[in-house]
Design a protein around this ligand. Structure first.
Ligand SMILES: [Fe+2]
Length: 560
C-alpha cells in the first residue's frame, strides 16, 4: 500500500509517504523552496501545493504518481461552512474551500500520471490526531488536537483504541485557543501563525496579572469543549502590530505581563481538557498534535498534572504533520476497505524523515566548493576540541528533521558553559535576544541535570535545571531557571551521543547548546549546498558534513 499525504490549505505545506505501513519520507516544502513556512497563511495561497516536497518523497521511494494507491489531503472541504456562519470575519475564506475542492485536479496537474479520483480528503483534525495517536508508543491513547482552526472546529478530543479513532468532543469555531494565541502574537508585533513560540518565551519575563480577566474570557464547557470570548487587547497593552521589529526593552513590561497572563490561562484550560479526556477514556497515555501542542511549557504542565503516565506529542505537531497523519489514516482505511487486516503502524522514534546524503555525495559537494576538508578518524574528538575551545560548530548529520525542531541532524552547536554564547548564536540566527537557546543532553545523565519529563527526544517539554547545574551551563538556562532540553539516546543517535561524551571528557559537561542550523530567519539548512552557504556567511568555526570537517582557520590558510 502506497499513500502520499499532502498538507496544503493553511500553512507549512508538506508531503509524506507511507509504503507498506512504514513512513518512508516526510518533508516540508520550505526546506526545498527556502521560503520560511512555505507560503503565507492566507486564503489566496490555498491552491499552492508542496510540489518540491511531493517530488522528493516520490523520488526517495523510486515511485511515480501512478504507482500510488491514494493521495491523502489533510482538509475536507465537504465539512466547511461559510465563514460568516462560523463567526469568522474573513471575506476571502471561501477561496480555501474552492481551492480545496479542486485539489484533486491541481494535484493531477502537478503530478503527471495521477488519477484525480485517487485523492481522498481527510478531516483536518483527524489528520492531526492520526499523526499523534497512530504513531505514538502504544496503539491506544487519549488524544487531544488543538490548533487555530480546521474546517469548522479548532479542537478534537478523542480515543484511539487499537488504531481506531472515536471522536469524543470537537469545539466549533469561532472559539479557538490557537486563534486566541495567534491574535496575541499579532498584537505583540510578531508574525501570526509563525512566531507563537516567541510569545511563549516572552511570557516568562512577565507576571500573569490579568489572569482573573482571562479566566472569564476563556473557559471550558461541560461538553468537553471551551469558550473563547473576544478580547480587547488594547485594554491590556498598546498594540505593536505592523510596527517594525519591536524594541525588546519595550516588550518587557505590559506586553510581557499580557503574554504571561494568556500563557498561564492556556495552561489551565489545556489541563482541564486533558483531565476531561483522561476521565472519559481511562487511558494512561495522552497523545497530542496541532500547533498548540508545540507549546512546550503547557505540555510540561500536562505531563506533570493531568494524571497520565506519559504524554507523547507528534514532533511535527503543526500543520506540516497533517500530511503524515493523513497518509497513515488513509493507508489504514484502504486496508480495512480491502478486507485486509490493517497493519499496526510502527511508533515514530525519529524525526529524521527528510533528505539525507551519502558520505561520498557530501565529499563531492565539498570538492565542488573547492574547500579543504578532512575526514578525521576520531570525528567526535575533533569536533569536541573545537567546541571545548568555544568554537561554533555547524553539525549536518543524517536525514533532515521533519517538524520545526533541530534534533541534532541540522544543528548549530556551542559550549553551554559560556553565557555569552546565547548572544553569539542569536546574532548568527538574527533572533531576538530574549529567546533562549536549548541544551542537548546525554540521556543517561539527564536526570542528574534536569527535572521534568524524560526522556525528551523531540524537545517538546521544558525542564527545571537543577540548582547545582545552573551555574555550570548558564547559556542554556532561561530567565526562569528552565531549559527546553533534548535528550540523546546513544542507540538512536550514536554520532551525537559520541560527540557529547567526547565533549564531557574535555569539559566535564555532557551537554551542548543545540539550536537549528539556519541564519537570519531562513528555513533550516536541508542540503549540503545550504550548509555551505551558511558556512560562507556566518561566523561558524567548524562545518561538519557527515564524516567530513572544514575548519574556518584552514580555509583562510588555504586561501593565502
Ligand atoms: Fe492545524
Amino acid at each position: 500500500m502506497r499513500v502520499l499525504g499532502v498538507n496544503a490549505v493553511f500553512h507549512d505545506p508538506s508531503a509524506a509517504l507511507i509504503v507498506d505501513g512504514r513512513v518512508v519520507a516526510a518533508a516540508e516544502e520550505e526546506r526545498f523552496s527556502r521560503r520560511k513556512h512555505g507560503k503565507r497563511p492566507v486564503p489566496f495561497s490555498a491552491w499552492e501545493l508542496p510540489e518540491l516536497a511531493i517530488r522528493w518523497c516520490l523520488a526517495e521511494a523510486g515511485l511515480r504518481a501512478q504507482d500510488l494507491d491514494a493521495v491523502a489531503y489533510s482538509f475536507d472541504p465537504a465539512l466547511c461552512s461559510a465563514a460568516g456562519e462560523l463567526g469568522l470575519h474573513d471575506p476571502w475564506d471561501h477561496l480555501r474551500q474552492d481551492y480545496a475542492r479542486r485539489a484533486p485536479w491541481f494535484l493531477a496537474a502537478a503530478m503527471p500520471g495521477l488519477d484525480p479520483d485517487a485523492v481522498r480528503f481527510v478531516p483536518h483534525h483527524v489528520a492531526h490526531a492520526a499523526s499523534a495517536g497512530l504513531l505514538a508508543p502504544a496503539p491506544s491513547s487519549a488524544c487531544l488536537v488543538l490548533d487555530g482552526r480546521g474546517e469548522r472546529a479548532s479542537h478534537l478530543s478523542g480515543h484511539y483504541v487499537d488504531g481506531q479513532l472515536e471522536v469524543l468532543a470537537a469545539q466549533a469555531l469561532p472559539h479557538s485557543l490557537g486563534l486566541l494565541y495567534e491574535d496575541l502574537t499579532e498584537h505583540l508585533g510578531f508574525l501570526r501563525s509563525s512566531d507563537e513560540y516567541k510569545v511563549m518565551a516572552l511570557s516568562s519575563y512577565g507576571r500573569p496579572i490579568h489572569l482573573d480577566d482571562f479566566r472569564g474570557l476563556v473557559r471550558t464547557t461541560p461538553d468537553g469543549g471551551f469558550v473563547t470570548e473576544k478580547v480587547d487587547w488594547e485594554a491590556y497593552a498598546p498594540t505593536l502590530r505592523g510596527r517594525p521589529a519591536a524594541d525588546e526593552r519595550e516588550l518587557m513590561g505590559v506586553h510581557a505581563d499580557l503574554a504571561a497572563s494568556v500563557q498561564r490561562r492556556l495552561e489551565e484550560v489545556l489541563l482541564e481538557l486533558a483531565r476531561d479526556v483522561r476521565e472519559r477514556t481511562g487511558e494512561r497515555l495522552l497523545t497530542m498534535a496541532g500547533g498548540t501542542a508545540l507549546n512546550c511549557v503547557a505540555n510540561t504542565v500536562l505531563a506533570r498534572d493531568a494524571g497520565f503516565e506519559q504524554v507523547w506529542v507528534q514532533p511535527a505537531a503543526g500543520d506540516a504533520g497533517t500530511a503524515l497523519g493523513a497518509a497513515v489514516h488513509v493507508a489504514l482505511e484502504l486496508e480495512r476497505e480491502g478486507g485486509q487486516r490493517a497493519f499496526v503502524p510502527e511508533p515514530m522514534t525519529t524525526a529524521g524523515l527528510g533528505p539525507g546524503w551519502s558520505d561520498a555525495a557530501l565529499a563531492a559537494a565539498l570538492e565542488a566548493a573547492a574547500l579543504p576538508y578532512r575526514t578525521p578518524a576520531d570525528l567526535a574528538g575533533t569536533v569536541a576540541d573545537v567546541l571545548a575551545a568555544d568554537g561554533v560548530v555547524a553539525w549536518f548529520a543524517g536525514r533532515s528533521e521533519f517538524g520545526p525542531r533541530a534534533l541534532g541532524h541540522r544543528s548549530l552547536l556551542a559550549h553551554p558553559g559560556h553565557a555569552h554564547n546565547v548572544e553569539r548564536l542569536n546574532a548568527v540566527k538574527g533572533r531576538e535576544q530574549f529567546r533562549p537557546v536549548a541544551p542537548v543532553v546525554l540521556l543517561e545523565r539527564a536526570a542528574e541535570i534536569l527535572d521534568g519529563p524524560l526522556p525528551s527526544p523531540f524537545m517538546l517539554f521544558v525542564h527545571d535545571v537543577r540548582p547545582a547545574w545552573r551555574e555550570r551551563i548558564p547559556a542554556v538556562v532561561h530567565v526562569d531557571g528552565t531549559a527546553r532540553a533534548q535528550t540523546v539516546d546513544p542507540d538512536a543517535e550514536p554520532a551525537l551521543a559520541a560527540l557529547l561524551r567526547a565533549f564531557e571528557s574535555r569539559t566535564g559537561l555532557p551537554v551542548l547548546i543545540n539550536t537549528s542550523l539556519n541564519t537570519a530567519g531562513r528555513p533550516m539548512v536541508d542540503s549540503p549546498r545550504d550548509a555551505l552557504e551558511l558556512f560562507g556567511s556566518a561566523p561558524v568555526d567548524l562545518l561538519v558534513l557527515g564524516p567530513h570537517v572544514v575548519h574556518r582557520g584552514r580555509v583562510a590558510e588555504a586561501a593565502r
